[in-house]
Design a protein around this ligand. Structure first.
Ligand code: CA
Length: 224
């Protein structure tokens, strides 16, 4: 799960990031409203923690712009306790949750879990495409009676490909969704992991292949 933190108080942003990392989330930080909006608009995040008072563009305007653009990523808004009127303003702007500063770590994590649940259907136990069955809980990919295990990165990549099986995914999108913004991985990493997956598809003798459309991207398809 990837969480974007838009917060100009650097110490708070770092504290939040390490709290979330300890809880298994991947995080990115933006220190002002405009760069935060740009990152949020990439749609690479499962949730956004958004401070109300930000330089450049305030949190309410960031949220309004996101919603106006049809971006329904769950948003938790942070505001000082004194700014009670902002609570109403935040909810009107489309925040999924409103949390007043200061807050307890556990409270923030519980709110985050709540908005993440609201944001999308729970992940199914098993995903399938063509003759393939992917079981994320045990990192296994099966075809008929053959099964191979996947590394964590291969699993993320395979889930992304299956969940978006109808559409081409660019190398850049794959990089953002699987490796995240803070990673030092590049396009070569995407190619390397796609080739690992192709080898495993061959081992399974699956009828599914990862097709490539030059300069546009990759998708899963069933061999004809
Ligand atoms: Ca602030």
């Amino acid at each position: 799960m990837r969480v974007l933190i838009i917060e100009d108080e650097e110490r708070l942003a770092q504290t939040l990031a390490s709290l979330l990392k300890r809880s298994g989330y991947t995080t990115s930080i933006a220190g002002d409203g405009i760069s935060g909006l740009t990152l949020a608009e990439s749609r690479a995040f499962d949730a956004v923690i958004l401070d109300a008072m930000l330089p450049g563009m305030n949190g309410f305007d960031v949220l309004c712009r996101m919603r106006a653009d049809g971006n329904d990523t769950p948003v938790m808004m942070l505001t000082a306790r004194s700014e009670l009127a902002d609570r109403v303003q935040g909810l009107n702007a489309g925040a999924d949750y409103y949390l007043t500063k200061p807050f307890e770590n556990e409270e923030l994590l519980a709110c985050l879990r709540t908005i993440l649940r609201r944001g999308g259907a729970p992940a199914p136990d098993v995903l399938s495409f063509g003759d393939l069955t992917l079981t994320p809980s045990v990192s296994s990919l099966s075809c008929g009676d053959r099964t191979v295990s996947l590394s964590a990165r291969e699993l993320d990549l395979m889930q992304l490909l299956i969940r978006n099986s109808g559409q081409l995914l660019s190398k850049d999108t794959i990089l953002r969704k699987v490796w995240g913004y803070d990673s030092e991985a590049g396009p070569n990493s995407v190619e390397a992991y796609l080739s690992f997956l192709r080898k495993k598809l061959n081992l399974l003798s699956s009828n599914v292949r990862i097709s490539v459309t030059r300069n546009l991207g990759y998708k899963l398809e069933v061999k004809s």
